[in-house]
Design a protein around this ligand. Sequence first.
Ligand code: ATP
Length: 239
Amino acid sequence: SQQPVLLDVKGLDVAYGKAEVVHGVDLTIHRGEFVVLLGRNGAGKTTTLAASTGLIPKRGGRISLADRDVTNATPREIVAAGAVHVLEGHRVFTSLSVEDNLLIGTYARASGGDRSKLERVYSLFPEMAQKRHDHASRLSGGQQQILAVAQGIIGEPQLLILDEPSSGLAPVVIDRILQVARQLADEGVAILLVEQLVEKALNVADHCYLMATGEIAAQGSPDDIRAGDTLNRVFLGGH
Ligand code: ATP
């Protein structure tokens, strides 16, 4: 990619007690790049994301974001530096309206409570505009997941991290979320996506990392990753 580096993870090590689950992970994301992180259950994808955004402690490694060293930054400082992390299974506040849920997403940034950001999100997600005054409890599970993504976007991050946004959703909703993520990347927002749906993810991403047993087993363009036996090796092979 010709764009400058936005997120640079170098030599990341993470352990839960004595169990080392991430070893020496290097991962680079350029501005506006759509990167997907694939791998079997338990490979260490969620752990890599959480350690990168300060949610869990690291045993080693360095992380920079937008040319700042954020190795020891808190999650709040990471958000302020431009990276929003939508957690796996993230739930919205069902007792609040759709719009109030979106406004919560602006408080994490300097733009706290800024209503002017709403219109951009509504143009990306017309289905949320229609329901802006409804309680989030009235949304389907899929619509609530779209709202969670919209809540992440409204703070206008430079990097949006999505951990399995498709989990438990109907195919049409999954396609919608991936399509919006692709649109954001085309507008210059870098995306880091963890996804179990390999083919859907490869269809939208610019670059792919494959993780196996806590390490990066392969990386390349979606075409590189589809070619050869890399996917079979990582998903079916002896790891
Ligand atoms: P999945 O797709 O199932 O979420 P993953 O690739 O995201 O998998 P992680 O959730 O990062 O993998 O888990 C990596 C390893 O760390 C697994 O062996 C898991 O059992 C272990 N692990 C995850 N969270 C904890 C924790 N809080 N305490 C102890 N071990 C954990």
